[in-house]
Design a protein around this ligand. Sequence first.
Ligand code: PLP
Length: 396
Amino acid sequence: MAESPLYLDYNATAPLAPGVREVLAPFLGADFHNPSSLSQPAQKVRGAVHEARLAVARLMGAQGPDRITFTSGATESIHAAFHAAACARPDGALVIGAAEHSASKGAAQFWAALGRRIVTVPVDADGRIEVPTLQRILAENGPIALVSLIYANNETGALQPLEGLADCIHGAGALWHLDTVQAPGKVPLACAAWQVDYASISGHKFGAPKGSGALYHAPGAPVPHWQTGGGQEQGRRGGTENVAAIAGLGAAARLAAERVQDPGNAARLAAARDTFETELLHRVPQACVHAGGVPRVGNTSFVGLPGTPAEYLLPLLEQEGVLVSAGSACDASHHAPSPVLLAMGVPEDLASSSLRLSFGPEHGPDEGRRAAEGVAQAWTWMAPPQAAPTGNTVQP
Ligand code: PLP
């Protein structure tokens, strides 16, 4: 019997985490009541929304549940934060990193449509912002309303160091939004301690249903009211709550928070990825690992395979039963080289010949090995001319 496909695109979306379906199912059935209703059965529904808010607040390291507003996902959360900052600071510019997700770049377009200034901060060769660069850009472009940065890059997994950022950003009089979508279940979140003003998460990245997400907003940060209506979510986001999705988000948040508290989590998560990279570099020494020399979330590997465009490798790998991507799912339909790699200074041909593998919490060295065999075989079939690596290579 053929082996079942090995799904290695968790950064695009993850399956429901264990137990989540059971938690959300009653709200699609007998517990269908409107959480705002005053009836007795509605109390249980309201209670489930509250429990989920507590779980998300814990996951994000918030001061309390009132710091969390439920959304339909990170794209909405990011737009909400940008909207709040645009309204509260009518004169300031928006500053975003050059390696942000298209959700933030898209929200910046809305900012531009308001006739507001947008400034992009260049990233280093690993896709991270350096504090002195940010400091210079803030000083040269003031007044600044909002700075938005990505914490764990969705393509490379590189973690943005946070030391010094709160002082730098707040010192310039700006608000700070952090895109923490790729962090839950992989690394701890500590929004209150980091002193961010806003942070965004998306449920389907860590085992909750698609269409669930949350925005963290700090005490004192301008409160977003981006969707008016029935007064739900304390008037911040009107509209009847998607209770099943919220209950699922809460259940997945509880699991993700437990996972990162386990001291063995980081090593377990990285076991598949590290095996994959070691074996791949052994079989294909020309390959390189983008941002391979800096701290990354443990599940993510973005590898350059010189000479063979990713669009040729992907179908071969799928035939081999290994499902990966060429970068962000949101940019996949364009067949263009990864904007993140280009921002890092990776040459266009290598950026076009790069594959992202993102493992799940249940994967281990066996899956890492199988992925390396599949990628090496697909690359060898294409028989590219020998080429030297140009990324930040990790040697086997
Ligand atoms: N930010 C990052 C880093 C992401 O990876 C994603 C999803 O790919 C988003 C934002 C947008 O999330 P959603 O599509 O769930 O709104």
